[in-house]
Design a protein around this ligand. Structure first.
Ligand code: FAD
Length: 438
């Protein structure tokens, strides 16, 4: 036992998968054994980023400090961005951590491991679309979501500038990608922009406020094409009913400052564009000497192990087989959560000096739920939960959608703190403006 506990497990990436793994292992084996590395100082539940972008969720209240989590869950937190891997020396290299005035807080350093788990997530894939880098906003991080929120606020109050230029005064927001992220963002933005008008976001002397037109663009013939048809039809109807323009079968070819052009050359006015049409894993994974696919994802086997027997990968950054189906697991929080639980059991056995579990990882699909605003959702619950696929919508679906977030908090903080935190947030929501105005 003493021998195995002197081993070091290094987990890189404290997101939906990595943080849960670090918290569970830390509570059991302690900070001499379990180390978490992340390039950020605060953890945010990534599926909430569309709410940060719309201003309905305040990142300064929602973010959880990794240092605080490390103290409470008994793991060691090492801040820094992983840049490289030396498999022969079993060590990873971290970039220096710099402060707000570019002062060095931690120098560049190397960290040794016995077992390495990579859970560095994914980022937006623009697929080389012309102008996307310059004019489209991605929602990969809190910084990007905050940037979008401020742009939205500024656009809403810039009525007079546009009127002086004789421009159409509607604010056109386009969302490229009709998957779960695009649909959720469209609904959230619609509610938030109505609230911003309610709070009187305006410029002095201009009582006329800009109407917000939201267009959701999808290349396939229906939105939420990965989900059952009934779910996409229901989400489509809810969005249209609320005033979102849903354009399917549109292949975006170019993004300009105030326009989007599709593959047929048709132009769509666009003042703000969000790209939610695909992901890829971080580029540095292509240079760590392990096999990757065309999306930079590390290729892992049914035990979530890479080609190297001491390195595992979970979550969005891994291409893991989906049972014997011949397909791969989707990039979803539910997958990352279950993979973290699987590896927790595996390492628990190993660190206690027992032979690790032999059975491969099996994903249990509990279905997909999509939030369509603060009070509505749609989705399907899958066989493992209800015996057959079951369509849900409305407040029930929204409640179930929120439970995924609560389950994540529960795995990390335990149920007492999760309950206290949820209650605190519910109460503070009643006292604060519903959208963040500053
Ligand atoms: C707006 C939005 C809405 C979504 N909605 C849903 C939903 O409703 N349901 C659902 O199932 N999924 C949803 N997803 C997808 C879900 O968020 C991801 O599948 C999930 O977060 C993947 O977990 P992960 O642990 O692999 O990565 P992440 O949660 O992305 O965490 C990756 C972590 O790695 C860190 N990191 C990255 N690179 C490095 C590096 N080089 N060095 C150190 N640290 C690094 C990051 O800072 C981050 O903390 C949504 C995603 C977005 C963007």
């Amino acid at each position: 036992m003493a021998n195995t506990l002197s081993k070091k497990i290094i987990i890189v990436g404290g997101g939906a998968g990595g943080l849960e793994l670090a918290a569970k292992l830390g509570r059991r084996f302690g900070r001499e054994t379990v180390f978490l590395i992340d390039k950020e100082h605060d953890h945010i539940w990534k599926p909430s980023l569309h709410e940060v972008a719309a201003g309905t969720l305040d990142i300064h209240r929602e973010g959880l400090s990794y240092f605080m989590l490390a103290r409470d869950c008994h793991f060691t937190f090492l801040p820094g961005e992983m840049l490289a891997l030396d498999r022969d020396k079993r060590e990873i290299s971290l970039a220096p951590v710099v402060g707000p005035d570019h002062e060095e807080v931690f120098p560049a350093r190397s960290v040794e491991y016995d077992y390495l788990v990579l859970c560095v997530g994914s980022q937006t894939n623009f697929f080389g679309t012309k102008g996307a880098d310059e004019y489209a906003v991605a929602l990969d991080s809190t910084a990007q979501a905050e940037r979008f929120r401020l742009k939205l606020l500024n656009e809403l109050i810039s009525t007079h500038k546009r009127a002086q230029k004789g421009l159409d005064d509607d604010l056109c927001i386009s969302i490229v990608g009709g998957g779960a992220t695009g649909v959720e963002l469209a609904a959230e933005l619609l509610e938030a922009s109505a609230d911003l008008h309610f709070y009187g976001v305006n410029t002095p002397g201009h009582t006329q406020q800009r109407a917000v037109r939201i267009t959701l663009m999808e290349g396939a013939d229906r939105i939420l094409s990965a989900l059952p048809e009934k779910v996409s039809a229901s989400a489509h109807a809810l969005l249209v009913q609320r005033g979102v323009r849903v354009q399917t079968g549109v292949r975006v070819a170019e993004i300009g400052k105030h326009v989007i052009i599709d593959a047929e050359g048709k132009e769509y006015p666009s003042d703000l564009c969000v790209w939610a049409a695909g992901i890829k894993a971080p580029a540095f994974l292509c240079h760590v000497g392990l096999p990757v696919n065309r999306l930079n994802q590390l290729i892992v086997d049914a035990y979530l192990r890479t080609e190297d027997p001491n390195i595992w990968a979970i979550g969005d950054c891994a291409q893991a087989p989906w049972g014997d189906s011949g397909t791969y697991l989707p990039a979803r929080a539910q997958v990352a959560h279950q993979q973290a639980s699987y590896l927790y059991r595996r390492f628990s056995q190993e660190l206690r000096g027992r032979p690790p579990q032999q059975h491969p990882f099996q994903f249990k699909d509990y279905g997909s739920l999509v939030s369509v605003g603060q009070s509505r959702g749609v989705g399907s619950l899958m066989g493992v939960l209800v015996g057959r696929s079951w369509f849900v919508k409305g407040v029930l679906a929204r409640g179930m959608y929120m439970s995924l977030h609560l389950m994540h908090h529960m795995a990390v903080l335990g149920w007492v703190r999760t309950f206290t935190l949820a209650l605190g947030r519910l109460l503070s929501k009643r006292a604060a403006p519903r959208v963040k105005l500053h």
